[in-house]
Design a protein around this ligand. Sequence first.
Ligand SMILES: [Zn+2]
Length: 379
Amino acid sequence: MKTQKLTIFSLVASMTFMLLAGCGRTEETTETTVQTTIETTTAATTETTPETSAFVTYTADEYKNAGINELNSVPILMYHRIYGMTNAETQYTGGNVDKDGYNRTSEAFEADLRSYYQMGYRMMRLTDFVDGYIDVPFGYSPLILTFDDGIRDVVLSGWNDDGTPEFDPTCAIGILEKIKAEYPDYNVTATFFLNDQLFENGEENDRKVLKWMVDNGYDIGNHTRDHAKLGDCEPDEIEKQVGYMYKKLNDIIPGQYVNIVALPYGSPESISDDKPQYSKIFSGTYEGFSYTTKATLLCAWTRSYSPFVRDYNHTAIRRIRGYDNNGEYWDIEDNFNQLNNGKRYISDGDPNTIAFPDSENSSGTWLKNTFGHQVITYS
Ligand SMILES: [Zn+2]
């Protein structure tokens, strides 16, 4: 005989609810937490599906068998330039094009994308992640791609008669578009963090390219005007570096860029109160244009916390460097080995609920921000 327990709760503001729980108990509360616990004992053939809420479509066993855990970690990949090369053509490890592995061969990048798909990851937008909206099918894990600097990410070959861009098939977007056609359920998307020079296809071409990108499922973010090390900048300079870039993006793709800054060199590493000038990263005005930033990204070495947990920090979101090091020292293989060994976020398929095993929040403090979602726990 086995006992399943499924608990559903949501945070509501000072309202009175009458709840009929699965065990037949009527409960009234005027507190801010509404909780429903369903215990089902499955000894024989009876399968009980909770019917207290429209969004619950799985039993505790189904959550458990799929390993659903939305308090676990999410891989946010940080790539830079993608070069049209095979791995054999570089003198460095695997698909690294340079000593530190910041740039990657097109062969390795394409293989990365196929591998993430095979491991059960599905892409989603970074901006949705920051908003706590994670829309990935039941049993699958979210994957987020980012590209910094813009160089070699979108290499334009020319324009088709219908006005659409033709890309070098070995640049990042050339490969992303190929994979998008091949795997319609992969939800191919990525966020490109740009400096003043955009993609280096010439200003006029790049302005048209940016419009095409935001209309075709890609996002554009801020990487400062001159790739500035913001941790060392005076407040006026921070406002210029960040504000100039937002103003420029707003001029090209009004309201369609994301208010996220990928910090050049991952600087500053922490946004602390004793450095008030860093507030200029998050709001300011440049040449009459006012901006706000809702999150900043580090150049970190590893997976990101779930946006729902205590240690997640939207001003220091961690990323995985897309490089090879024989499966060691936080390269792609090392990171995914760890993720696939009990560290990965596995979705319940509903972006408006947060589901996880009871044990994950045994301290009672690990779940911190629900973004207004319903919470479902199981054991
Ligand atoms: Zn950069």
